[in-house]
Design a protein around this ligand. Structure first.
Ligand code: HEM
Length: 299
């Protein structure tokens, strides 16, 4: 089974993230567009001579059966919101998630316009966000993001369902975070590094880090194995609102969930993620990105 192209490929310099809801009525036009997405992407990549143009579309639990006429993949469920002590990880509406990335913002927009043109009135855009590389691979906090992401063949190993009817597919979790940069930038360098758990300039893991450090919260070992997700997060924004568009692909929805719980809730030893004192998620949604073959079978 072939994964959709955006999943295992390294992200480009630009990305487009679109969340959509389905309109009432006949969904067969939507099925046809989803089925055609891998071909549409390949055709535009050839036309623009941009082989790194990649896409994936993922479907939420609420409309899975309506769109695919199949049973839901085991574990696909609406994003469950979390809240504790003023920290919130809200769930926001989204039936579909369209993820496009490449080295070129123009190529991404052309592909998104073709897809949206074909979907027409059958969907409504909830949110459309352009991600961009910032100072190499640094988040707007100034810290390198993605260092410990799986590499090479490991990417497929982490992101893709291995067997069964949904082989080649991937569970997708997204959250758009809004940073409070003036507050973050008022911290000393050592306080910023303690919040992340890595050094800023050299991007090295700190040997001794507080239990509230981001890395201390999201690194979870189970049976001697570290839980992993494949992150495709990117900085986004304008002068008035900016932050990180967090996207993770995984063979199971459980690792993301466990990581997020350790960030938001203080049940794991009384600590929440110190980063959440400087950034807050304003969206949250969960999807499944079917294999290209399953997608093509929808038409
Ligand atoms: C690592 C930033 C949200 C999971 C990192 C790193 C940074 C970072 C700077 C270290 C470099 C690296 O290995 O990539 C952020 C920011 C976030 C955010 C700014 C939100 C605004 C999340 C969320 C999750 C997550 C929501 C999962 C629920 C991870 C994981 C690692 C990581 C698994 C790798 C840990 C390791 O193996 O060392 N993040 N992150 N992050 N983050 Fe986040």
């Amino acid at each position: 089974m072939t994964p959709q192209s955006a999943i295992c490929a390294e992200g480009g310099d630009f990305a487009l993230f679109l969340t959509l809801v389905l309109a009432d009525g006949d969904v067969s036009p939507v099925r046809r567009v989803l089925a055609a997405l891998p071909d549409l992407t390949a055709a535009l990549a050839a036309q623009l001579d941009e082989p790194a143009l990649a896409s994936s579309v993922a479907i939420g639990a609420a409309c899975w059966t309506r769109l695919t006429s199949r049973e839901c993949p085991d574990g696909l469920a609406p994003f469950a919101p979390l809240a504790e002590g003023g920290r919130k990880a809200p769930a926001t509406p989204a039936d579909l998630f369209l993820h496009i990335h490449s080295p070129r913002a123009d190529a991404n927009l052309m592909l998104a316009r073709r897809v949206m043109g074909a979907l027409g009135p059958h969907v409504r855009v909830v949110e459309e966000v352009m991600g961009f590389r910032h100072l190499g691979k640094r988040d707007l906090t100034g810290f390198v993001d993605g260092t410990e992401n799986p590499e090479g063949d490991e990417r497929a190993g982490v992101a893709l369902v291995k067997d069964g009817p949904f082989a080649g597919g991937s569970f997708v979790s997204l959250q758009r975070y809004v940073h409070d940069l003036p507050r973050w930038e008022a911290l000393s360098l050592s306080d910023q590094e303690a919040a992340v758990g890595r050094t800023k300039e050299a991007d090295e893991e700190m040997e001794v880090k507080p239990p509230s450090a981001h890395i201390a919260r999201v690194v979870i070992e189970e049976d001697g194995e570290e839980l992993e997700v494949l992150r495709h997060s990117m900085p986004y924004g304008t002068t008035s609102e900016h932050g990180l568009y967090f996207v993770a692909y995984c063979a199971s929805p459980a690792p993301f969930r466990k990581m997020l719980e350790r960030m938001v809730l203080s049940s794991g030893g009384g600590h929440h993620d110190r980063l959440l004192d400087f950034t807050r998620p304003v969206t949250g949604a969960a999807f499944f990105a079917p294999s290209a073959e399953l997608l093509e079978s929808l038409s």
